[in-house]
Design a protein around this ligand. Structure first.
Ligand SMILES: [Zn+2]
Length: 220
């Protein structure tokens, strides 16, 4: 056989070896692999999570005076990072038509769980994470508790301020009510950290993992 031809065939075989090994090990570990599938994006979409970006471009919510970072900008950045990982993740903003229109779009898109990620602000000293739900909404409370659990998992030293149960008239109650009245089954507002306290700052790259893990959970 021609020397060059033999070399080509040899190198082709060498290249094929990893594929053959892969195919064999796939067969052997097939059962294990199937089990892992419960955490694939497909499962995430079965529940249909939706992110409603907090505030809007004109009124961007709380701001860090030094860095000029706002709740709105942080949330937009977070959504971008989430969609880099989960391109089909549904999100909407309040820029067109405000809060009610945003949640109306969630309803039209058959979203069953909404998260509106806010950031807190007080006196630049207070810290911690909290989650807001409508008082008495037990289904949403499950999502809220899991979110706080995951915060502890990803940020072990983070202070957990707990689940705040909102009554009519409280800040955020209207947002959550809009979600519910548009057929969203579970709706939470998150206050992941205090934007005015630099010691409480959370890198969006790290915080996004909390949201991704939350979306891997089965809630209904
Ligand atoms: Zn806010």
């Amino acid at each position: 056989m021609n020397f060059i031809l033999r070399k080509i065939i040899e190198s082709a075989i060498i290249k094929l070896i990893p594929n053959i090994i892969g195919a064999i090990s796939n067969k052997i570990f097939k059962k294990k692999k199937n089990k892992k599938k419960s955490h694939t994006p497909k499962k995430i979409y079965a529940q249909k999570f939706g992110i409603v970006v907090c505030h809007d471009e004109k009124d961007q919510g709380a701001e860090n005076k030094k860095t000029k970072m706002t709740e709105y900008l942080y949330c937009m950045n977070l959504v971008q990072k989430l969609r880099d990982r989960i391109p089909k993740l549904y999100y909407t903003t309040r820029d067109k038509g405000g809060i009610s229109a945003a949640y109306n779009r969630c309803g039209l898109n058959d979203i069953t769980i909404t998260i509106e990620p806010h950031l807190n602000s007080y006196n630049s000293k207070v810290e911690g994470t909290e989650c807001l739900i409508i008082d008495g909404d037990e289904e949403s409370e499950k999502v809220a508790r899991k979110y706080l659990e995951l915060i502890t998992l990803h940020f072990p030293s983070q202070k957990i301020r707990g689940v705040k149960k909102l009554k009519r008239g409280d800040d955020g109650h209207y947002n959550l009510r809009c979600a519910k009245s548009n057929g969203v089954r579970m709706a939470i507002l998150t206050e992941s950290f205090f934007l005015d306290n630099d010691n409480d700052w959370k890198d969006p790259d790290k915080l996004k993992e909390v949201f991704i893990d939350l979306m891997k959970e089965k809630f209904h």
